[in-house]
Ligand binder design. Sequence first.
Ligand code: NSP
Length: 230
Amino acid sequence: MEGKETREEMEKSGMIDTWMRKHRLIYTGATKHPFILSIRDGTVDFEAFKTWLGQDYIFVRAFAPFVASVLIKAWKESDDSSEMEVILSSMASLNDEIAWFKSEAAKWGVQLSEVVPQKANQDYCRFLESLMSPDVEYTVAITAFWAIEAVYQASFALCLEDGSKTPAKLREACRRWGNDGFGQYCNSLQKIANRHLGKTPDDVLTKAEVTLLRVLEHEVEFWNMSHGAA
Ligand SMILES: Cc1ncc(CN)c(N)n1
């Protein structure tokens, strides 16, 4: 009999997969955005890429304290010590990521100290800050964390697929998030999120789903900001 999936049925495949099916349209909007498709088909406007680069540097600086807040929640709320290690590895790579943004900006002639955060970026950073509150459950925060990373992984992996015409100058940027190692790290985050979603009360489950949708909307707005600014 067809109908709504029960919670037990959803948990069998993992809540994240269920939500990805349920919210396919917005997930595709975030991972196959026209900006990403323009990189993939080689028609990208390099000014748009430079806008993205400067804005994302600001975002990543706000993302690092968010990841730190997830680490604190894992330390307090998780019963599996390996989760802290996954989150810690992410913190270590953020250090590399900030260094990469600085050297990439120098190559493209983007003065990072002069970049002013645009509204979509400010809104997204404010949203991240709201998730840092100790009142936000670990399950909700780890779901958001997975979604933020997974959108970049899926988007940039698309630009590396066979047949893509990604300009040589942008391939390194795409490899940063589109490589297999980053994919495996996203799978680890997804497993952690699924494990906690599978045992959380219904009200927290609803909060996590709403938070996931907010992340996807912010990601779309973030791409729009870069794409529209050319
Ligand atoms: C907007 C955005 N979203 C996600 C990521 C991947 N950490 C990022 N760097 N920037």
